[in-house]
Ligand binder design. Structure first.
Ligand code: S3P
Length: 438
């Protein structure tokens, strides 16, 4: 999907982050707005849609399946829903690029459709584990082929209806939960998913927004198949995962005072704030309100002296995408930070434990990767060339690290930043980060 895999970020040392900015729209909510809007009856208007490659891959896939979608234009998207049975068989494989969310959620959504469809992705997505969704879907009666390694391409064949399932998820994954709920809306009877720990609940919230009843009792989420979705308007808040780079940057860079506007504050996503606060960060939550069923606030972040901590494991699923940035915070903290219970980081867009450890080691930080986390001793970062391994969040985290390094940090393989944060370099530069592309 990206033609510029050799794109580099050059981040010069020092600087501070100041001003008031709005980072792009939430990726998880943007994906779901296209999926549910397409299956709904009526016209759905979305504002604040993330115009990044991942959510655009979802948008394009639904267009290929015959959904009339206008935009995005300045974050506005209009979707003419086709109803539960209105999708058309695509005559080509659906290319989902780098996007695990598209592939895992769409495998559930498409498992009960009456047509054959193949889901493909880029090199990274083609190595990510898919059995976690195809196994439970198979017990619902779906027919989905993976490679022998359990990876994409996924070939979904038409079946005669789906059975409901009562599934205890072995991993805390919102993608698995959402996949099964989206399959469950087409299945006969009541589908229930129990999660080992709370994960992001955007699917449940948005289904309710579209008028679909979803019952949540503790860690068990249930819905009955056979219902319909009614179109609605969706205001996508700024992505807390994109805001996280700036929260870390403003915390570590002396003299920073940065406000992040309209950030999604869903309690299943705010682990990064809890962890940074435990480390001593100064984050003020202002103008709290609710927009379209999701809490939103402005965050004022001022520089602070961070200290190393043992990260409580219950925060891990609530901050699962923020660990690359948090590793940089830990590298700038006094003392040792210990992360455990985060083995999922090894199967993200890259092996985030190893790739962050390699980069921080190159910068002179004492970090020991473990199977399920890392031990990071705060210290002075020097100058180095590091590789993001095509992982957007690694690239942006190392860019922020330059605020505290003694020399230039060159980051290789940064084109995928466009999957989640188009305009990152421009917005970060405006805020005071000395970063450019080459
Ligand atoms: C997502 C869930 C998380 C997260 C990903 C987006 C979602 O993945 O890492 O970036 O939108 O449901 P897992 O559910 O695999 O943890």
């Amino acid at each position: 999907m990206n033609s510029q895999s050799n794109l580099r970020f050059i981040a010069q040392p020092g600087g501070a982050l100041t001003g008031s900015i709005r980072v792009p729209g939430d990726k998880s909510i943007s994906h779901r707005s296209i999926m549910l809007g397409s299956l709904a009856e009526g016209t759905t208007h979305v504002s604040g849609f993330l115009e990044g490659e991942d959510s655009l891959a979802t948008l394009k896939a639904f267009k290929v399946m015959g959904v009339n979608i206008e935009g995005p234009e300045n974050g506005n998207v209009t979707i003419e829903g086709v109803g539960m049975d209105g999708l058309l068989a695509p005559d080509e494989p659906l290319d989902l690029g780098n996007s695990g969310t598209s592939m895992r959620l769409m495998s559930g959504l498409l498992a009960g459709q009456g047509f054959e469809v193949t889901l493909i992705g880029d090199e990274s997505l083609s190595t990510r584990p898919m059995k976690r969704v195809t196994d439970p879907l198979a017990s619902m009666g779906a027919e989905i082929n993976t490679t022998p390694k359990g990876t994409a391409p996924l070939i979904i064949r038409p079946v005669d209806g789906l059975r409901s399932i009562n599934y205890d998820m072995p991993v805390a994954s919102a993608q698995v939960k959402s996949c099964l709920l989206l399959a469950g809306i087409r299945a006969e009877g009541q589908t229930c998913v129990t999660e080992p720990a709370p994960t992001r609940d955007h699917t449940e919230r948005m289904l309710r927004g579209f008028g679909y009843e979803v019952e949540t009792k503790g860690n068990k989420i249930c819905l009955k198949g056979g219902g319909t979705l009614t179109a609605c308007d969706i205001d996508v808040p700024s992505d807390i995962s994109s805001a996280a780079f700036f929260m870390v940057g403003a915390s570590i860079a002396e003299g920073s005072d940065l406000t992040l506007q309209h950030v999604g504050m869903n309690p299943t996503r705010d682990g990064v704030i809890s962890i940074l606060r435990l480390m001593g960060a100064d984050i003020e939550v202002l103008n709290e309100k609710e927009v379209g069923g999701e809490p939103v606030a402005d965050l004022r972040v001022r520089s602070a002296k961070l200290k190393g901590i043992c990260i409580p494991e219950e925060y891990v699923p609530l901050a699962i995408d923020e660990f690359p940035a948090l590793f940089v915070a830990a590298a700038c903290a006094d003392g040792e930070t210990v992360l455990t219970g985060a083995e999922e980081l090894r199967v993200k867009e890259s092996d985030r434990i190893q790739v962050m450890a390699d980069g921080l080691l190159a910068l002179g930080i004492d970090i020991t990767p473990t199977d399920d986390g890392a031990i990071i001793k705060g210290g002075q970062m020097a100058s180095a060339t590091v590789s993001s391994h095509g992982d957007h969040r690694i690239a942006m985290s190392f860019a922020m690290a330059a605020l505290r390094s003694s020399g230039t940090i060159t980051i290789e393989d940064c084109a995928n930043v466009n999957t989640s944060f188009p305009g990152f370099v421009k917005l970060a530069s405006q805020s005071g980060l000395k970063v450019s592309e080459s």
